[in-house]
Design a binder for this molecule. Structure first.
Ligand code: DGL
Length: 270
């Protein structure tokens, strides 16, 4: 098979990475996609960096074994702690969401005052801050972990008063600090974007790291002559490490469409 015909691999700790999958699918509609959700070991966001690194290497090895031409790490937590090492060790391009999201935030922010929200592990890693500080001097970055937003999104509580209250509680400080840009630094947050926008107001730039990585991936594949031609129908495959039925249900909520059967892989196969 020619390189350009090979699919793109996407992995995440679970279902949330489908927001990134969706962004890639929209940007690159001809590309085949292979998705792995490590549902047996979610959440990554409350674990130590060394554990998440180990998981990320196992996920990437599985996806690479499916003959993909590039890998997008959808999970912000895995990107924060493992993307540099994965990219260094891999024979194919590996893109995490942090650098593209950070770049877009820095481009969009006029005041240089930027908010970042994510899991506990992503915020503790300071990966977004560190990336942004290398891109521009004089930034003021206000970060906050928002762990409750992950289960709320998976529950489908998108237009719900409880979600509104939780978002208000988490984001009031960042809003009151007068940021002009907010990075949605977790796979699940784009699902809650309407309520996040409602709480933050309409004068803020919102950065969806999934959209940002989809654009960088498209540019990278184009520059390497690796974009797939549209002659045949694109393919997609979904793998999980546990609870395939739940994944399928939440996945259809996240993607807004039915999906192919979900295949379960044994943890030992990773
Ligand atoms: N995928 C994770 C992230 O984007 C959120 C869910 C988890 O904690 O595993 O950080």
């Amino acid at each position: 098979m020619k390189n350009a015909e090979m699919p793109i691999g996407v992995f995440d700790s679970g279902v949330g990475g489908l927001t990134v999958f969706r962004a890639i699918e929209r940007k690159l509609p001809n590309e085949g996609l292979i998705y792995l959700g490590d549902t047996a070991r979610i959440p990554y966001g409350t674990r130590s960096a060394s554990t998440v690194q180990r998981y990320a290497f196992e996920d990437a090895a599985f996806i690479q074994g499916k003959n993909v031409k590039a890998i997008a790490i959808a999970c912000n937590t895995a990107s924060a702690v493992a993307s540099l090492a994965l990219a260094r060790d891999s024979s194919i391009p590996v893109l995490g969401v942090i650098e593209p999201g950070a770049r877009r935030a820095v481009e969009l922010s006029a005041s240089g005052r930027i908010g970042v929200i994510g899991t506990e592990a992503t915020i503790a890693s300071r990966a977004y801050e560190n990336a942004m500080f290398t891109m521009r001097n004089g930034l003021e970055i206000i970060s906050r972990a928002c762990p409750l937003l992950v289960p709320l999104a998976e529950e489908g509580w998108i237009d719900h008063h409880v979600t509104r209250q939780v978002v208000e509680e988490y984001l009031a400080e960042i809003r009151d600090a007068g940021v002009d840009t907010l990075v949605l630094g977790c796979t699940h947050y784009p699902i809650l974007r309407p309520v996040i926008e409602e709480v933050m107001g309409d004068r803020i730039n919102f950065v969806d790291s999934g959209e940002a990585v989809a654009e960088e991936l498209a540019a990278l594949l184009e520059s390497q002559g690796m974009l797939r031609s549209a002659s045949e129908q694109r393919t997609e495959r979904f793998f999980v490490t546990d609870a395939a039925a739940r994944f399928k249900r939440v996945a259809e909520l996240f993607l807004g469409r039915p999906i192919e059967p979900v295949e379960t892989v044994e943890l030992g196969a990773l």
